[in-house]
Design a protein around this ligand. Sequence first.
Ligand code: UN1
Length: 492
Amino acid sequence: MPQPHHNYINGRWTPPRSDAWYERENPATGESIGSFPDSGPADVAAAVEAADDAGERWRRTPAPRRAEVLFRAGEIMLSRKEELARDVTAEMGKVLNEARGDVQEAIDMTYYVAGEGRRQSGQTSPSELPDKLALTLRQPHGIVAAVTPWNFPMAIPCWKLMPALVTGNTAVFKPSPYSPLSAINLVRILEEAGLPPGVVNLVLGGDAAGAALVEDPRVNMVSFTGSLAVGREIAAHCGRYGKRLHLELGGKNAIIVMDDADIDLAIEGAVWSAFGTSGQRCTAASRIIVQERVAPAFTDRLVARARALRLGNGLEPATDVGPLVHRPAVEKVERYVAIGRDEGASVACGGSRATGDGLDGGHFFQPTVFVDVQPQMRIAQEEIFGPVTDVITCPDLERAVAINNDVPYGLVSAVFTNDMSVALRAMEHITTGIVYINAGTIGAEVHLPFGGTRGTGNGHREAGQAALDSYSEWKTVYVDYSGRLQKAQIDR
Ligand code: UN1
């Protein structure tokens, strides 16, 4: 029996005080990947205390020195990219090539943010008064709770932890219970890179640990990626107690395909964006809005491509689409397929669990395309988070953009067209946080802001320079060297 895994608190790998454990299974095979702490409030309290104790020293460590730890962590991740990727696939199911992308995104973010150790630039400006200078400095929030999902178990923790660290915060990291291995791998790497004890603490477990962490009064900021329902609860708590908050809560993203588009390219973009990571990305394309003339040919080809995708264990090179993360995810997709049928949409391909041929031990669902979809149907409004996409037809760009924007989320949109004025008009009138022209909805890069409008978030962004704004606050400093008490707005 392999050793159970532990939490990481104050620089020590420690068993949970709760003495409660859970098993995680490989979603492709059902084999156990290990036993992990199901932490409770006492574990969370110890982790927060460690983050609190480490806070002052880390805040006073010069930012370029903090960043050196990040550079070393990036180097270690790069040297272990393959084994890290294999653990990603084993615990959450995405195909190995995409798992490599997940790890690469973690590396990219770590290097990018490490560079900010020597930047974090502010503003210097003249004063309205003589012999006076004004400037701005960033300051950390204090303790950041990083609550992360399983679908990007390397990249998303790095999106949160790295900017939190470089700006001088300490952190308690509570990953999804479905991707504990990657979280342990990442924290081990930070430890090896020389991160002082207490600066990042890892608490494994489920909702009880997450709730205790968010509610701990010593936590100053919560950064959460996950479902809209949980995000709203966290927001209510943070609103009540005045905590800083960053939310990333999903999407109902669309690809718009115009009659004049390069259809081969649009098909590639749609297949990759709808069925990559088995549709389990907040950036997945779960709606394809196609202009009427091209719709029949486009739909036939999309359905043919979806039918030809090979399902299987993501570690096998021939696999196109891996399993869903767990049984409840399969059941949720099944429920939505039934809802879509009841609403009057038709299943053009897929629509049920995939079995046989080595699939029986895992949580597989057939790539599914709905046609005859109306924009207000639940399947076209709610996030399904599985390998399901809807084809919606439209007469023109104006209507396509209206359909695109009229959902409770606002993360990503894509437009395929060869008409420059159509592309620019779409870019202007689409109201999501990210827009692609002639590319699918997935593939955000780390040095640009990531996030969305409406229910997708709360106005903050991850990645890019915007991440620094999420994890720090501005301090405005006025330096008066006149030797007199000068009064702004009054002495003129
Ligand atoms: C997510 O789905 O939560 O653009 C993140 C993309 C990736 C990040 C996705 N770079 O799809």
